[in-house]
Unconditional design. Structure first.
Length: 87
């Protein structure tokens, strides 16, 4: 009889330990959530900045301005017969 009682107490304490441990893990994840949300916001802002920079770099107005600059004055448009298509 005493062994059964001891066994029940042991199993119950193990189950209670697992339940408390799971609660602690959940709490630690909840504590990390604001930090991760802030990091996500920073990454989204960086992505927006990079997309603006890419849009600026690929802007037709800027490309036309660059084509008129002395560094790129030697470049020209190719003739139709100089274009090679690869399939």
């Amino acid at each position: 009889m005493i062994w059964r009682l001891l066994f029940c107490v042991l199993i119950s304490s193990f189950a209670l330990y697992r339940y408390v441990n799971m609660g602690n893990e959940l709490t630690s994840l909840r504590l990390r959530l604001p930090e991760l949300a802030e990091e996500l916001l920073v990454q989204q802002e960086k992505n927006a900045t990079w997309s603006y920079e890419v849009e600026y770099a690929e802007s037709p107005v800027r490309l036309l301005h660059l084509s008129r600059s002395p560094e790129f004055s030697h470049l020209k448009y190719p003739y139709i017969d100089e274009i090679i298509e690869i399939e």
